[in-house]
Design a protein around this ligand. Structure first.
Ligand code: DQQ
Length: 492
């Protein structure tokens, strides 16, 4: 069943990724607690699953260079969602349906399921050898380490008439004794999620279009993820052809019989520039956990100098809020790397000034700031991280009471990042506003008001820019509490 060329390709890819690991580890911007590949390039999270007591994280990977290229599936495992161990590459291009002649293509994104004890990966083969373009494929493993491609691949060789050559990123789940799959596609300028059903993961019947954009949500949908949450369903998509590279969360209702998703409301999944192609899974505690690709930097990315590029965002729990909205909270396990702690209460920052929090210096920190007075229209306050000692370089997050927005300002963040990114968030009850920020060596992730908005961004400040400041605009800023933790390096 398993082709010898696949085993050979896996060995070669794994060796290549490991050969670059020492150089990558020497990068002063190498994250302390975000998931990164050993070396080379990483993009979308794939195949997230908890299987036989361990979390598995697969990812789009080019082991040969710190740039997008011919796609493999990298692989890592964890007991706690915090500490990860790199494993052998799981999928490498090796067959006519996933081995491109010209570079690009390969084993594109997909998902994982437990099929009666077998860890099964469902992915998109992309190859210029395949006259029908993209096709859905399956691979199996009995030990969670070595994967065998199904000899009957591709299991869905071509798109249905409503789809097009953009036909990728299968997300599979089980419901009522059948397997279901959504696949991203688009046709005539309209992004779509196509639905399939199967009894055995090998023979698939096309059900129809589960949802489509109506023209305003992009021309192709990548990485659709459809799952129940409380009494609703969420469809999370990554549309091509909208104003910025982002993911969109649709909240609604899904009927497995009719195969239709009815949209009730929608929001941007995240508001920072570093979040695309997220995928979620249900863990054994019934939590819906999501990772996203923290894209950014591209050609300018300073990590390339050390032979790697790409990080996953922190794992977060997806929750339905009492008002019907969606919230995202970092998994509680992220308290594990917390080290030295600093806490202050009842702080006032005078108008127009900044308070340097000397105890909170660092490039691997968790910060938690509880502001009050956010219900005032003249409220303007925030937090600056990775500040140079002269205060010039900084990554700032600012609340505006008139606009009711939180803005992540990257214009003075350092190399390869810029722009301002605003999230619509008003105050909590009592005029409170909470900012929980995770600072890692080349990123910040800011969770606002218990996860009502998240702003992740890759940043590359000078390694000596370690300061934290509390900021007040034209009116004083009040904080009931400010806490900071130094976070340990999970990779050491
Ligand atoms: N990345 C994959 C595709 C997917 C895209 C290729 C989204 O499967 O559509 O690396 O970032």
């Amino acid at each position: 069943m398993s082709s010898r060329q696949h085993r050979r390709a896996v060995r070669k890819a794994t060796r290549t990724a490991l050969a670059g690991a020492e150089r990558a580890a020497n990068d002063p911007h190498r994250p302390a607690y975000h998931f990164v590949p050993p070396s080379g390039w990483m993009n979308d999270p794939n195949g997230l699953i908890r299987w036989r007591g361990r979390y598995h994280l697969f990812y789009q990977h080019n082991p040969c260079a710190p740039d997008w290229g011919t796609m493999h599936w990298g692989h890592a495992v964890s007991e706690d969602l915090v500490h990860w161990r790199h494993r052998s590459v799981a999928l490498a291009p090796s067959e006519p349906y996933d081995l491109p002649a010209e570079g690009g293509g390969g084993c594109f994104s997909g998902s994982a399921v437990d099929d009666d004890g077998r860890l099964t990966l469902i992915y998109t083969g992309t190859s210029d050898h395949n006259p029908r373009g993209q096709a859905q494929c399956v691979a199996f493993s009995d030990d969670g380490e070595r994967f065998t491609k199904y000899s009957g691949n591709p299991v869905i060789p071509a798109p249905p008439p409503e789809g097009s050559g953009d036909f990728r990123d299968p997300k599979v789940w089980r419901h009522g004794g059948s397997w279901y799959m959504v696949v991203g596609s688009g046709r005539d300028g309209v992004g779509k999620a196509l639905l399939y059903r199967s009894d055995d993961l090998r023979e698939w019947d096309y059900v129809g279009v589960a949802a489509e954009s109506g023209g305003e949500l992009g021309r192709v949908w990548e990485c659709p993820d459809l799952f129940p949450l409380g009494d609703r369903h969420l469809l999370v998509i990554s549309p091509i052809g909208v104003e910025r590279r982002k993911s969109v969360t649709l909240v609604g209702d899904f009927d497995h019989e009719a195969g239709r998703f009815r949209v009730e409301r929608r929001r941007d999944t995240d508001y920072g520039p570093g979040f695309y192609a997220p995928q979620s899974f249900l863990d054994e505690d019934g939590r819906r956990v999501m990772f996203g690709w923290m894209l950014g930097g591209g050609e300018q990315c300073p990590n390339k100098e050390y032979g790697w590029q790409g990080a996953q965002t922190l794992p977060r729990v997806v929750q339905l809020l009492p008002d019907g909205g969606v919230g995202f909270r970092p998994v509680p396990e992220l308290a594990e790397p917390r080290g030295e702690h600093h806490c202050r209460e009842d702080i006032t920052v005078e108008p127009g000034s900044e308070l340097v929090v000397k105890e909170a210096r660092g490039d691997a920190l968790e910060l938690s700031a509880h502001f009050t007075g956010a219900d005032r229209a003249d409220a303007r306050f925030g937090l600056a991280m990775r500040c140079g000692d002269d205060g010039e370089e900084r990554t700032a997050v600012l609340y505006d009471g008139a606009e009711r927005t939180v803005t992540l300002d990257l214009d003075r963040s350092g190399r390869a990042a810029d722009g301002r990114f605003a999230a619509p968030v008003g105050p909590l009850e009592g005029g409170r506003l909470g900012l929980r920020a995770f600072v890692d060596r080349s990123s910040v992730e800011v969770f606002v008001n218990r996860g009502r908005a998240v702003l992740p961004a890759p940043v590359w400040p000078h390694p000596s820019s370690l300061g934290v400041r509390l900021l007040a605009g034209p009116t004083p800023a009040h904080l009931s509490r400010f806490e900071a933790w130094k976070l340990e390096d999970i990779w050491r």
